[in-house]
Design a binder for this molecule. Sequence first.
Ligand code: R5P
Length: 287
Amino acid sequence: MYIVPSSTAYNISRRLANILSCNVSNVIRKRFPDNEMYLKIIEDLKGQDVIVIGNTRSDSDIIEYLLLLDAVKEEEPQSITAVIPFFGYARQHMRYNNGEPVSSKVFTEAINIYADKIISVELHDEQTLTYSKVPFINLKIIDPVYKYFLNKNIDYVISPDDGGYERAKTIASKLDLPAYYINKKRIDSKTVKMELPEVDYSNKNILLTDDIISTGGTIVRATKLLKENNANKIYACAIHGVFALNSNEKIEKYVDELIVTDTIETKYSNITISNELAQAFRNKVKI
Ligand code: R5P
């Protein structure tokens, strides 16, 4: 068995390879003078079970990932499992307006050409799963998150919006803590007001959980509000640390600790999802 890593997924590939006791394949990468991407897998993958791991956060990530899948398929492996810890282009999981593409369908269908199974993590919307003809697993990451906070003296787990309340409740129940969510009210097209639930925040340590941190606006606004209400420590934790526009630098000024998983490899990736990926690969997760 081999893991073929994209350039965005070296650390997580090594962690998964350790758990599954398999090899990480060597990939040569070059750019042609016109900047087109070239890659070559060194190992002979004929008859092997192969996991191809990569994110699809940027356009270049997507090209690399598709080239890797094709290179692997040409080797005639026994099976290909596409592991995409952060499935980018998933925001557009449906057509909101005429003339728009359904980007998560485009990419899912492209992967279907190559893969026997797809594993991803906390997709933006589960509608993306319906675009796949091969089994597509969307992992929810709970255990490594709550375990990280076991000894942090957290008082409440809070989601910055109602959409993340289920996640907050599940993590809170594992920590035997109450969970709440912040009510977001749209005042006009540019203004969203956040309203905290009526709870005593004085000197409380709060775990703010979200699926994704992109511009950081959501986490920063929630943190400011909690601090205005005399909260003590704010731990901001998300599954995917996209950190668009270097928002991590802004967030660090407000929160006491910023933690994300290694779906995207950042310096805040103190939680690994590799055990969950291994379990899903071994078919221990229901589809
Ligand atoms: C919203 O539905 C999501 O759960 C996140 O709260 C949101 O995408 C975070 O985005 P940003 O970091 O740009 O505020």
